[in-house]
Design a protein around this ligand. Sequence first.
Ligand code: PMP
Length: 424
Amino acid sequence: MRNEMIFNESLKYMPGGVNSPVRAFKGLNINPPVLKKGKGQFVYDEDGKKYVDYVGAWGPMILGHCDEEVLEFVKQTLENSIAFGAPTELELKLASLVCETIGVDMIRFVNSGTEATMSAVRLARGYTNRSLIVKFMGCYHGHYDGFLVSAGSGVLTQGIPGSSGVPLDSIKNTIIAEYNDIEGIKKIFESYGDDIACVLVEPIAGNMGVVPSKREFLMELRRLCTNYGAILIFDEVMTGFRVAYKGAREIYGVEADIVTLGKIIGGGLPCGAYAGRREIMENLSPIGPVYQAGTMSGNPVVMAAGYATLKKIYDSKKSFYDRLEKTGLLLEESLRKVLNKKGLPHVINRAGSMLTVFFTTQDRVENYSHAKKCNINIYNKFAEEMIKMGNYVSPSQFEALFISIKHTEEDIEKFVEDLDKINF
Ligand code: PMP
């Protein structure tokens, strides 16, 4: 079988056979399918097996795989350019589209979500002239040293408390707080408020599984940051253009000072960005003192994929998110019905087209402590069996399932029928 052959060979040349940990399916008794092709809501592996895809490249594939318009624009762009490392009209097109449609003044493109959040924190520190950052347990902001404390995503899946190779010095300025805990964050500000450069938060967490924040919690963060002169950074790498066009800011009606973006903004090609008010963004090099650079940043092919993706979403804005919500709700309700029938205790958290089913007897999952108490063995069994039956779901409890605009009611029907067949 080609899948097994390629993956086994990959183990020789790449640690774990992969280039990012969660892809290795650690904890599952199956190897990851080696993917060859994606079209719409489907992906196909090297053995020709078809899956309904609920991973969506971990978020970017909101239009489904290989959308015709995106492909066409990328192909056209490729005729003239692969890379310049110079200003292009394409980066202006994407920058102006994003700034005008999500209501920020200026943006800087980078190559990943990690770079976006890491650079946003540097900008916040440079702007405030302070060092401390506040991050929440279970939130993941990329693999920058200063964030690898109580982080979610792969760090959580593998039970790594942080990461080796991170000097204590790199995390001594990182304060860890409990997500959704208003009293906790108030106390932190009472003790350290004047030294806090920024609060970094996933306004809807996706990296301990989906855990939306409470509106009062975000409002309190906003109030504290304003009162103490700290910068509020919304990490919308996952939620930007996903839960609503303007991301969680639109849903909660709470404004951040800097927003970090990734995934969808590059249409699936490597991209990240951070954006905010002119007065803050103008602190960036070359006009300000905060240095940040990138050979590949603003690459024309990436900008083309991002532009075609965002333009398509923006032009069909309301109906686009209505459809995602409808499919998301159908998945949530159908899932609940089957799991109740099977008598499996669970909590489903959903934000539009992002969803996590937690296998737990708790009645809610609102923070990292709750998420950690879930039964990983049941999740692993769920993931393993669903993948075998052609539903490509996240191999980890601490990630979201993503729905694209191409997913249909039939896909969801298949999902729940297959789920019904599993003997837990
Ligand atoms: N922030 C959030 C909220 C994320 O979900 C991720 C990745 N899942 C990152 C940052 C890091 O992005 P990247 O993997 O592109 O570096």
